[in-house]
Design a protein around this ligand. Structure first.
Ligand SMILES: C[S@@+](CC[C@H](N)C(=O)[O-])C[C@H]1O[C@@H](n2cnc3c(N)ncnc32)[C@H](O)[C@@H]1O
Ligand SMILES: Nc1nc2[nH]cc(C(=O)O)c2c(=O)[nH]1
Ligand code: SF4
Ligand SMILES: [Mg+2]
Length: 255
């Protein structure tokens, strides 16, 4: 690792580099911009541990190459047709250098989306804050822990909702609230979180800013769940979002 960067226990870094798990060109698969050709920059390291995390090697067992911001920007520019960049992870906002990258991309005229769990307030230009607050159904209990025996349960549970960070993101940026739905019981908690955010913000959060996304990392898993989640969206008046990349490419890396 270069001498100008430091790492803490979440994998958070400071310095002119970012830990990059993967960088690839694809179609935005989720949310209001689904279908838009975009370059994805996936940082490694996360402050949460969802049992279902579809990016296991950025959270439970992080792997990455340390890249300078110059190298990242150059690699993005290789994809000449793309004018949208999606910064994701892991949790990209745990890294101070994510803000510098977003400033540079803004200066270059890119539209930037940040995929975030909503627990950290950035000080950076972002065109779309794609916030995915984590429900209790994401918590890695001993029965659902993909790696250990529930060692992350308490920390995840305490950290997964931070109302100041969540409302700050909504007030500062154009945003969408994208909830991963594992079953009908999740809707009670989604409504509770929405009530609290709506009370804490000055921004009008419309029901079409609220997206329900089926949990699932493979086509087979989504085949089992997507219709039930679509029905829940209709019943409650929220927007449904597909996982277009899974429908198109299943769980292939770099998509
Ligand atoms: C890997 S996360 C990275 C960004 C950030 N850490 C977050 O959770 O929002 C990217 C997106 O994938 C979603 N996601 C992760 N695992 C999933 C799964 N098994 N099924 C559906 N969505 C999932 C997250 O909720 C988030 O919207
Ligand atoms: N195609 C595609 N769209 C995405 N939208 C959000 C993603 C993410 O992992 O944050 C993602 C992803 O991994 N692939
Ligand atoms: S917050 Fe995002 S990256 Fe972190 S474990 Fe959950 S889904 Fe994975
Ligand atoms: Mg993904």
């Amino acid at each position: 690792m270069p001498v100008n960067s430091r790492t803490d226990s979440d994998g958070a870094t400071e310095g002119e580099t970012l830990p990059i798990n993967e960088l690839f060109y694809s179609l935005q698969g989720e949310g209001k911009l689904a279908g838009v050709p975009s370059v994805f920059v996936r940082t490694s390291g996360c402050n949460l541990r969802c049992w279902f995390c579809d990016s296991y090697h950025t959270s439970w067992e992080p792997t990455h190459a340390q890249m300078t911001l110059d190298e990242i920007v150059e690699e993005i520019q290789v994809h000449e047709k793309a004018d949208h960049v999606v910064l994701t992870g892991g949790e990209p906002l745990i890294h101070t250098e994510s803000a510098t990258l977003l400033e540079r991309l803004n200066e270059l005229g890119y539209h930037t989306t940040v995929e975030t769990n909503g627990t950290i307030q950035p000080g950076a230009p972002i065109d779309l804050a794609s916030i995915s607050p984590k429900l209790s159904s994401s918590t890695p209990t001993p029965e659902r822990d993909p790696k250990g025996e529930g060692e992350w349960e308490d920390r995840h549970e305490e950290s997964r909702i931070d109302m100041d960070a969540l409302s700050g993101l909504v007030d500062r940026y154009e945003s969408q609230l994208k909830f991963v739905v594992t079953g009908p019981d999740d809707l009670v908690e989604i409504e509770q979180i929405l009530d609290r955010v709506r009370q804490a913000t000055e921004t009008n959060i419309t029901d079409s800013d609220v997206l329900l996304m089926p949990e699932g990392t493979t086509r087979d898993e989504l085949d089992e769940r997507r219709n039930a989640v679509a029905e829940l969206a209709m019943e409650h008046g929220y927007r449904y979002t597909p996982r277009l990349h899974v429908d198109l490419w299943n769980d292939a890396p770099g998509t």
